[in-house]
Every structure is written in structure tokens, then in C-alpha cells.
Write a protein that binds this ligand. Structure first.
Ligand code: F6R
Length: 241
């Protein structure tokens, strides 16, 4: 486990983006696993800027997003499909056919879980999985109690997660209660993991995940078992480490 402590958010964004860019430059047909939320926004801005400067080329990159809400249309402003296009995909040259985001069509959810797993395997597996961490230690939408051997599945979001996500919606009642997410096993099978966190509200859970017991009560604690884990954090998030 390699922890990189950055002095501020700008340093955090540049450090994370440099790691992703280095991996793409050494393997142009890399398979990336990507998160949504506040955590990767500075990274996505920096990657878009590096792309504009000609320092990275996404034309052969394949992406798999970690998760998507159920109960929102893909075209909805709050869907992760929309989030990814707004914050990253429309700014870079990734090919539309190489972008994978779990399909939340309510009619085919069970099948989508199986097909998402198969697609990841057929792409050769995820080379670099980028992750954020929830305040309850979730990774993807794998809430506390999710088995470590879980694959892509449908999840009931915890009250804590619904409350945390309410900031993106007009009213708390509009926050979806379910999601489709890669499982913990899916994440752990990635060849490399880059865990990102910034801000003081992530300090406590990072401490629990990285220095406490490995337990399904704190899903991110499983990451300590991964042989190739890098953590990029700002000073505030790393203040208790
Ligand atoms: C989102 C995801 C979640 C977030 C986590 C942190 O795709 O996988 O695990 O990474 O909820 O969210 P933020 O970054 O908004 O604090």
C-alpha cells in the first residue's frame, strides 16, 4: 500500500491525473474502472486539461463505471451516465463504444449484472480501478455488510448514503433508493487500485478503513488485501493516518 499525501486539492488532482496518464501512456488500450461523485471531479478536470495539451490519448482506452442509480432515466441530469459525459467523456477522445456504464433499464437488471461481469472479463479485466470512499466506508455502492465475494449486483442504498447523495437532488425524496454496482470481488480483481479522497469529512473513515480490522462493516477495509493499492489524499483527509 502506497499512500501519497498531497498538500492541497490542486496537488491532489495533478498527482492522481499523473498516475492515470502514466498508466495510459504505458498501455494505450488500458481498461479503466471509474467512479462518480465529488472525489474524481478534480481528477477528471485535470485529465481533460492534459488531453487538451496532447499529453494523453484516450482513443484506445476502455472504461467501466462502478455504478449507476436505479429509478432514474439515463438522460436525467443526476444519472451517472450524464455525470460521466458532463465531467469527463465529452472533454476527451474516448470512443463511445468503449464506454461502459451499468444499464439501469428496470426490465433487464438481473441480466445486466451478469453481462457487465462478462464484458469486464472479455475486455481482459480492469487494469486500473479508480475509487472514492463513502462516509460509511462503501466502495462503488457496496454498503456495509456486502460480502467480499460479491460481483455486479443490485443494492439497496443505506440511509446514510441516501442522505449524503441528497445534496445533488432538489429534494431528499428524489434520491434513488437502489443502484446497480460492481461487487467487491469485481473491484478486487482489478490489477491496480487507486483510492482517492480529499477533505476533512473523509479523515475518520480513511483511518477506520486503512488502520482498523478488515471487515465487511467497512467495505473499503478489504482494499488492504490488494497487492497493488495506491492512495492519493490531501492533507485534511490524511490528517488521522
Ligand atoms: C460513486 C461511487 C461511490 C463514491 C463515494 C464517495 O461512483 O462509487 O463509492 O465514490 O460515495 O462519494 P463522494 O466522492 O461524492 O464523496
Amino acid at each position: 500500500m502506497n499512500i501519497i499525501k498531497c498538500k492541497d486539492i490542486d496537488d491532489y488532482a495533478k498527482t492522481a491525473a499523473q498516475i492515470v496518464t502514466d498508466r495510459i501512456n504505458s498501455k494505450p488500450d488500458i481498461v479503466l474502472g471509474l467512479p462518480t461523485g465529488s472525489t474524481p471531479v478534480p481528477l477528471y478536470k485535470e485529465l481533460s486539461s492534459l488531453y487538451n495539451q496532447g499529453k494523453v490519448d484516450f482513443s484506445r482506452v476502455t472504461t467501466y463505471n462502478l455504478d449507476e442509480y436505479i429509478g432514474l432515466d439515463r438522460s436525467s441530469e443526476q444519472s451517472y451516465y450524464n455525470f460521466m459525459h458532463t465531467n469527463l467523456f465529452k472533454h476527451i477522445n474516448v470512443k463511445a463504444e468503449n464506454i461502459n456504464i451499468p444499464n439501469n433499464d428496470p426490465n433487464g437488471l438481473e441480466m445486466e449484472c451478469l453481462e457487465y461481469e462478462t464484458a469486464i472479463k472479455e475486455s481482459g479485466g480492469i487494469d486500473l480501478q479508480v475509487l472514492g470512499i463513502g462516509h460509511n466506508g462503501h466502495i462503488g455502492f457496496n454498503e456495509p455488510g456486502t460480502p467480499f465475494d460479491s460481483t455486479t449486483h443490485i443494492i439497496e442504498l443505506s440511509e446514510e448514503t441516501i442522505a449524503a447523495n441528497a445534496r445533488f437532488f432538489d429534494t431528499p425524496a428524489m434520491v434513488p433508493k437502489k443502484a446497480i454496482s460492481m461487487g467487491i470481488r469485481t473491484i478486487m480483481l482489478s490489477k491496480e487500485i487507486l483510492l482517492l479522497a480529499y477533505g476533512k469529512d473523509k479523515a475518520e473513515i480513511l483511518k477506520r478503513a486503512l488502520t482498523g480490522d478488515i471487515t465487511t462493516d467497512v467495505p473499503a477495509s478489504v482494499l488492504k488485501l490488494h497487492p497493488n493499492l495506491t492512495i492519493v489524499v490531501d492533507e485534511e483527509a490524511s490528517s488521522l493516518l
